[in-house]
Design a protein around this ligand. Structure first.
Ligand code: APR
Ligand code: PHB
Length: 390
């Protein structure tokens, strides 16, 4: 088999890259380790920056998003019971975000790829990347017990944090930067109407909480929990009780409870790998970086990476110029680090850290007070939340 680009991973990064390259006339194949149903069963975040919506629209995968996505012009921060609205639209000169589940983005992109006729192989085992330092890399894998090989010009490592692409270059000068946080998020999805029209991020003595949504009838809530916590210890009743304590009586009254559809714990991590290019192998999305979910940047960063990469690869194939691919890593990392900074700062502001001294607690309170008193501070937060320019 031969294709111009082999994309490893069928998450949002791989699928969107496939769609962008298809639109640019570049021939790709996607190799995914899991089944399609498994990929679509993963519940992830759900806030899209305008730039991400524009990319989905550019490739023509935005029909359902336009119908079902919820435009949000602001969000709320609640700090020790005090509510502060960040009016994104007003503070950014008209920008907003769209609430639409990542799982739905993935489904739309899979259907879009099917319709385009571009190939994707699911349940591909033992995927391995070879000869990336030559102009003729190849990828081998096993499907239904049969070994196969794809020759190509470039490989896109879009296989997430646990994928093989980054590991392939671990001993070739890859540098990693990491910070783990001493807590996780326990998330609950339920078919109940959201408690408010906008997201509410809550900092409370008992820990962080987030009120989010997927639609007018489906809510997503989170509470900060111990890393060692077992989801089995959290009945739905216990979750709702804890959530209500953290959001305070006024918001608690508006929370409609119901049976959970999904409940899981995710650790929080900041992580960046550098560089993102090794010969003809390019890393993008979670394979290259992780942000804690507090800033809602994970999916959006994956989208901006593959935007840069698609432009660079399209130029490479159309003009046989390597200028774009030579710049991909530096170009993408510039935006990645800014999103890392924002996600880290939101995480530091809104969570309870057992290790914090009274001084550090006062720093959090002072930062909140500053946001309250300064339009400039709120504008900086809004500018980052809606997404920095691509
Ligand atoms: N071979 C093939 N596919 C693999 C391999 C492998 N060895 N290892 C992992 N994969 C697949 C995974 O099964 C997954 O479907 O790669 C895909 C990676 O998808 P994601 O983890 O969704 O990562 P990405 O596409 O970069 O999307 C980033 O996902 O985790 C969130 O916060 C993150 O929202 C962000 C988004
Ligand atoms: C979500 O709805 O899952 C969500 C929203 C905003 C975040 C993180 C997660 O910052």
């Amino acid at each position: 088999m031969r294709h111009q680009v082999v994309i490893i991973g069928s998450g949002p990064a791989g699928l969107l890259l496939g769609a962008l390259l298809h639109k640019a006339g570049v021939d790709t194949i996607i190799l995914e380790a899991k089944s399609r149903d498994y990929v679509l069963s993963r519940i992830r975040a759900g806030v899209l920056e305008q730039g991400t919506v524009d990319l989905l629209s550019h490739v023509g995968a935005d029909a359902r998003l336009r119908r079902e996505g919820l435009p949000h012009e602001g969000f709320c921060l609640c700090f020790d019971g005090e509510m502060l609205r960040i009016d994104m639209k007003d503070l950014t000169g008209g920008k907003q975000v769209t609430v639409y589940g990542q799982t739905e983005v993935t489904r739309d992109l899979m259907e879009h790829r099917d319709a385009s006729g571009a190939p994707a192989i699911y349940e591909a085992a033992d995927v391995a990347i070879h000869d990336t330092d030559t102009g003729h890399p190849c990828v081998t894998f096993t499907k239904d017990g049969r070994s196969q090989r794809i020759d190509c010009d470039a490989v896109a490592g879009c296989d997430g944090y646990h994928g093989i692409s980054r590991r392939t270059v671990e001993d070739r000068g890859l540098q990693t930067f990491e910070r783990t946080y001493p807590f996780g998020w326990l998330g609950l999805l339920a078919d109940v109407p959201p408690c408010a029209h906008e997201l509410i991020y809550v900092a409370h003595q008992r820990g962080f909480a987030l009120c989010s949504m997927r639609s007018h009838t489906r809510s997503r809530y989170y509470v900060q929990c111990e890393l060692t916590e077992d989801v089995a210890n959290w009945s739905d009743d216990r979750f709702w009780e804890e959530l209500k304590l953290r959001v305070g009586p006024e918001v608690a009254r508006t929370i409609v409870t119901g049976p959970s559809i999904e409940k899981s714990i995710a650790p929080l991590r900041s992580f960046v790998a550098e560089p993102l290019r090794f010969g003809r192998l390019f890393l993008a999305g979670d394979a290259a970086h992780i942000v804690p979910p507090t800033g809602a940047k994970g999916l959006n960063l994956a989208a901006s990476d593959v935007h840069y990469l698609s432009v660079a690869l399209a130029e490479f194939f159309a003009e046989r110029s390597s200028a774009g691919i030579d710049h991909y890593s530096a170009h993408a990392l510039d935006r990645i680090w800014k999103a890392e900074r924002f996600s880290w700062s939101m995480t530091m502001l809104m969570h309870r850290f057992d290790s914090h001294s009274p001084f550090e607690q006062r720093m959090q309170a002072a930062e909140f007070a500053y946001l309250r008193s300064s339009r400039t501070a709120r504008a900086a937060m809004a500018e980052n939340y809606v997404g920095l320019p691509m």
